[in-house]
Design a protein around this ligand. Structure first.
Ligand code: ADP
Ligand code: MG
Length: 722
């Protein structure tokens, strides 16, 4: 049994294998909800719509065929239990659910065996007064019923032992998600057993006593006990919402260790010094200012100052620059790069797509055309000879700014004196890549940029060892984008066509984007290609239409993109390769086909390709009627707001932080108790406390011990890489 349990635990305990799971891992497997069975409702007290637990005994149970309206071929059954409560306080009640499918008969037999007359069980749910004049409870999943006696779980000790049965009824009980083969009832018995047997000293306190009293936190032992078996007088709502003292304590602890690890790591970095030494004087500032194509916004000016401060310092810069799509991060990066180049160092700019690399290279070459600096593009698809020559020039220090994709780190490019590495659209990369790029240089300054605006405290934790700068202001003269959902039908398409024609005739340009889903990439590509031909030949024969996707040869991509930038191509049909970074201010309409297939931040990114000039821009979301609820909600949010911050928060709610920030690849541990969205307030306190101890490490033994401890923890160590 222990082995089976351990196996189940490996699935919920990140970084653990079957040999390293412990009793504590099991104790950290917290209930998903709680049921108050201390006051089981009696049948005579039921009323229509009440949600209640009843302690029942089976009178009769069996399966009956019913007519299936949806399908004639497949038989549909109802499994029905009639039951009374222990004191027979009222007429029998009915519990029922549907069974269908090829194995319906076997399933019925199985349940009939479980619910033989006389079996005692607990039923929880919403009771209804049905048309037969009986209270009935319809279940979606029959394993919501919990047997107190009977055929379930041969291993269970409850069968005839009333003291074991007392674990499950007559009190508040925890409900667990199934763990391996173990259902909630069995888990409850096992965990109850452990908590009874484990001596008080068996659960070690991990947090310092003065921290506990400062933050009024519950002791670890009590927290683990009551998180499973709440006291009878506590508010069960607090438990359900993970706001009980027990939950708060366990959540705090998880955040505290992570924050401590990240801050300790950062402290270490600040102690290291970079080899580059950067001075920023007035002549340098003047030379930089002279190439800028526009005046910086207040926010841009502020973050440039923060970056300058880092660059002047002896410790390497490790800064995250956050700014919504279109807020003007590129120019800030360029200023930092110029500063390093003015000081005689090489710079690298890494981006996630070749199209974006090409665009940045083109722009930066243009801006620096009159400067002495050599700017080169390094992407995977370069010809071998060209690449070799480029590698040589980089190694010789002849290339001053190297702009590229992953190729920059994959190909082990050896810089002569890399002083600054910039990573654009950081959320597309992981922490490891940041670390690798850093290794290419002399402990260089690192600036990472992202348009995924996430709450600041969350950013601090996820990107832990980074300092954060925020551009919270758009360049002047922008008109808000009009966003509208259209259905995928003839009327709506006509309206869209109308809008496009009007904009095109006014000299503006248009994107039409298709999703590219991995499993059916070929099909999707054919879709996009066909649509391109259709638009070109049948719908807009008078305008020039271009096609762009990731499978094209680099020269072709470059040609189409150049055409779009120069305005020769008026309609660009594309896959999501234009999602990040592409900047063509004359484009005024973004049409997104199958918008329901995109995630929120992707939609926001795509929409950010337009609205880059003063003219009115539009975002058209074409969605088929077959939308899931979540997709509908997503599109609604897009219509409602263009605030990247709000959109990111919604995205967090809908998808969770792991997905949104690529934290899984970034190496952030999955939390067991904590939830980054729900528990932000606790995260903030935990961070403050972690700071307190890191600052004390020179004078306090305790702080040193805590840091040592966290540095040994493999799960947390992983998060602090980079
Ligand atoms: P992002 O932050 O999404 O990378 P970009 O750097 O691509 O944004 O900038 C978006 C657009 O705004 C570009 O066309 C850029 O030239 C323009 N821009 C950036 N900063 C300013 C500014 N201070 N004044 C005017 N236009 C600006
Ligand atoms: Mg950008």
């Amino acid at each position: 049994m222990a082995r089976k349990l351990a196996l189940g635990l490996t699935e919920v305990s990140p970084g653990k294998d079957i040999n390293s799971t412990t009793v504590e891992d099991l104790l950290l497997y917290l209930p998903i909800r709680y049921e108050d069975r201390s006051k089981m409702v009696e049948i005579r007290h039921l009323y229509h719509g009440v949600e209640a637990s009843l302690d029942l005994t089976v009178r009769l149970a069996g399966g009956y065929p019913v007519r299936n309206r949806r399908s004639f071929r497949q038989r549909l059954y109802i499994f029905k239990i009639s039951a009374t409560d222990q004191q027979s306080t009222g007429p029998q009640v009915i519990i029922w659910w549907f069974i269908s499918g090829p194995h319906a008969q076997q399933i019925i037999q199985y349940h009939a065996k479980r619910f033989t007359p006389g079996t005692r069980f607990v039923a929880f749910g919403k009771w209804e007064w049905d048309k037969h004049g009986t209270y009935s409870l319809r279940l979606n999943r029959p394993d919501e019923l919990e047997l107190i006696t009977g055929a379930d779980d041969e291993e269970s000790e409850a069968e005839n032992d009333p003291s074991v049965a007392a674990i499950h009824v007559g009190r508040r009980v925890p409900i667990y998600r199934k763990l391996g083969d173990f259902r909630t009832k069995r888990l409850r018995e096992i965990i109850h057993g452990i908590l009874m047997q484990i001596p008080d000293k068996g659960i070690e306190e991990t947090l310092p006593p003065d921290l506990l009293s400062r933050r009024k936190l519950m002791g670890r032992k009590d927290a683990l006990r009551t998180a499973h078996f709440p006291q009878e007088d506590a508010s069960l709502d607090d438990y359900q919402n993970a706001r009980s003292p027990a939950h708060r304590r366990l959540i705090f602890e998880e955040f505290f260790w992570l924050a401590l690890a990240l801050l300790a790591k950062r402290g270490q970095r600040i102690k290291e010094s970079k080899l580059a030494s950067i001075k920023i004087d007035d002549p340098i500032k003047r030379r930089i200012a002279s190439v800028l194509p526009f005046t910086l916004t207040e926010a841009q000016r502020r973050v440039v100052k923060e970056i300058f401060r880092d660059m002047r310092s002896d410790a390497p810069m490790n800064r995250l620059l956050q700014g919504d799509v279109g807020s003007g991060k590129t120019i800030v990066a360029l200023i930092a790069m110029l500063t390093a180049m003015e000081n005689g160092y090489q710079t690298a700019l890494m981006v996630p797509t070749e199209i974006l690399a090409e665009q940045h290279a083109r722009n930066i070459k243009r801006i620096l055309a009159k400067s002495p600096y050599r700017v080169e593009l390094l992407i995977g698809s370069l010809k071998t000879n060209d690449k070799r020559r480029l590698h040589d020039s980089i190694g010789a220090g002849e290339v001053h700014a190297c702009i590229g994709t992953h190729a920059l780190i994959q190909e082990r490019v050896a810089f002569k004196n890399l002083g600054l590495a910039v990573i654009d659209e950081q959320h597309r990369f992981g922490v490891m890549q940041r670390a690798e790029l850093r290794e290419r240089g002399l402990n260089p300054d690192v600036l990472v940029m992202t348009a995924t605006p996430i709450p600041r405290s969350l950013a601090m934790t996820v990107y832990g060892d980074l300092d954060v700068s925020i551009i919270d202001e758009m360049p002047p003269g922008r008109t808000p984008i009009v966003t509208k959902i259209f259905a995928d039908n003839a009327t709506d398409r006509k309206e869209v066509k109308h809008l496009l024609s009007r904009e095109l005739r006014a000299g503006r340009q248009v994107y039409v984007v298709y999703p590219l889903v991995q499993e059916s990439e070929k099909l999707d590509l054919r879709d996009a290609t066909r649509r391109y031909e259709y638009l070109r030949d049948a719908v807009f024969p008078k305008f020039s239409v271009g096609l762009l996707h990731g499978r094209m040869k680099p020269e072709e991509k470059e040609r189409v993109m150049r055409g779009f930038i120069s305005g020769d191509v008026q309609i660009l049909v594309s896959t999501t390769v234009v999602e990040v970074g592409v900047d063509v201010p004359n484009a005024s309409v973004m049409v997104i086909e199958h918008a329901e297939r995109f995630g929120l931040s992707q939609l926001h990114q795509l929409r950010g390709r337009v609205g880059r000039g003063a003219e009115q821009s539009y975002c058209v979301l074409l969605a088929s009627d077959k939308q899931t609820e979540v997709a509908r909600e997503r599109l609604g949010i897009m219509e409602e707001t263009s605030d990247g911050f709000r959109i990111a928060e919604k995205d967090l709610e809908l998808r969770g932080p792991g997905e949104v920030m690529g934290t899984r690849q970034a190496g952030l541990p999955e939390f067991r108790v904590a939830n980054l969205v729900r528990d932000l307030d606790i995260l903030q306190t935990a961070r403050k406390e972690a700071e307190f101890y890191v600052n004390q490490r020179k004078t306090s033994r305790e702080a040193v011990e805590l840091i040592k401890r966290v540095q040994k923890d493999a799960r947390i160590k992983l998060a602090a890489v980079g």
